[in-house]
Design a protein around this ligand. Structure first.
Ligand SMILES: CC(C)(COP(=O)(O)OP(=O)(O)OC[C@H]1O[C@@H](n2cnc3c(N)ncnc32)[C@H](O)[C@@H]1OP(=O)(O)O)[C@@H](O)C(=O)NCCC(=O)NCCS
Length: 260
C-alpha cells in the first residue's frame, strides 16, 4: 500500500504539478483558474495543424499538438502561482504526484471545483484526501464559506455504453433504458435526484456528495446549471456548503477531517 501525503500548489511544487498533468488527461485546470479554457494553440483543421506541427508519431505516442497545449497551460499556471493567484492540492503516493484538487476564491466564497486522480491510483481515496487537504488549507487562511457542486451519487452501468453503441446516443432506446433502470434517491429539499453515470475507473471531476458529507458539508440546493432533465443523461448535481469558522470549537476531528 502506497504512503499518501499532500502539499499545496506553490512555486515549490510547480514541477510536481507539471509532472502530474503530463500523466493525466484533461486541462491543467486552466478552466477553473481562468474561468475558461485556453484558446486552441494552433487554429485550423487537423490537416493544417499537422502541417505546422508535423504528423503525430503514433508509434511513440507523441502528439505535438497536445504537448504544445500542455506547455501553454503550464506557462499560464506558473505565472498565476508566482502571483499567488492559483490554489490547489497535490496528493503524492510514495513521493510521486498522483492526485489533484483545484479550489479558489470567488468573491466572498471559496469554491472547490475540480478533482483529478492518476488512473492507476483511482478508487483508493486520493480525491477524498485531496478534498480534506483543500478544506484544511482554506481553514488555515481564515476559513469562511466553502461551496462545491458534486454529483448526488455515482452509478456504473456497463449496459448503457453498449446501448449507445448499438442504437446511438440520441436514440429512443437509450432514453427508455435510462427511464426504466436509472437509480435515484429522494433528497430532502430537492426531491428525486438521479445518479450520475461513471465508468468502472472514472467519474466526473466534481466528485460525489458522499466525499463532502464526510467533512460536514450540507446540501443547500440543486445545481441547476449542471443538472439535466434530458432523458438521455438526467444526472443530478447539488450545491453543497460548509461554513468554516476556525475559531469555533469542534467536537470531532475537525472539518478538515484530519486530526492535528
Ligand atoms: C473524480 C476522480 C478524481 C475520483 O478520484 P478517486 O481518487 O478515484 O476518488 P476516491 O477514491 O477518493 O473516491 C471518492 C468517492 O467516489 C467513489 N468513486 C470513485 N470513483 C468511482 C467510480 N468510477 N464509480 C463509482 N464510484 C466511484 C468512491 O467509492 C468514493 O465514494 P465514498 O465517498 O462513498 O466512499 C477520478 O475518477 C478522476 O480523476 N476522474 C476524471 C476527472 C477529470 O476528468 N478531471 C479532469 C478535468 S479537466
Amino acid at each position: 500500500m502506497a504512503r499518501f501525503t499532500n502539499r499545496e500548489l506553490s512555486t515549490r511544487t510547480l514541477e510536481d504539478f507539471g509532472e502530474f498533468f503530463a500523466n493525466v488527461h484533461g486541462c491543467a485546470c486552466t478552466l477553473y483558474f481562468l474561468g475558461k479554457h485556453l484558446p486552441q494553440p494552433v487554429a485550423g483543421t487537423a490537416r493544417e495543424r499537422a502541417a505546422i506541427l508535423g504528423a503525430p508519431d503514433r508509434s511513440r505516442k507523441r502528439f505535438p499538438h497536445q504537448e504544445l497545449r500542455r506547455a501553454r497551460e503550464l506557462a499560464v499556471v506558473t505565472e498565476l502561482v508566482k502571483q499567488k493567484k492559483a490554489d490547489g492540492i497535490l496528493v503524492y503516493a510514495d513521493g510521486e504526484p498522483v492526485g489533484w484538487c483545484q479550489y479558489g476564491r470567488s468573491g466572498e466564497v471559496w469554491k472547490i471545483n475540480c478533482f483529478t486522480t492518476r488512473m492507476d491510483y483511482r478508487r483508493q481515496g486520493v480525491a477524498t484526501r485531496a478534498l480534506a487537504a483543500a478544506v484544511a488549507a482554506i481553514e488555515k487562511r481564515g476559513g469562511g464559506r466553502i461551496e462545491s457542486s458534486p454529483m448526488v451519487f455515482p452509478h456504473y452501468d456497463p449496459m448503457l455504453p453498449k446501448l449507445r453503441r448499438t442504437f446511438g446516443w440520441r436514440s429512443a432506446e437509450v432514453a427508455e433504458y435510462i427511464a426504466d433502470n436509472w437509480p435515484s434517491r429522494e433528497l430532502p429539499g430537492i426531491g428525486k435526484a438521479n445518479a450520475c453515470q461513471t465508468s468502472n475507473k472514472t467519474m466526473a471531476h466534481m466528485g460525489t456528495m458522499s466525499m463532502f458529507e464526510k467533512l460536514g458539508f450540507e446540501v443547500v440546493g440543486l445545481d441547476e446549471k449542471r443538472s439535466s432533465d434530458d432523458p438521455r443523461y438526467p444526472w443530478t448535481f447539488v450545491v453543497m456548503r460548509l461554513d468554516l469558522d476556525p475559531r469555533a470549537p469542534r467536537d470531532r476531528a475537525g472539518p478538515s477531517g484530519l486530526r492535528r
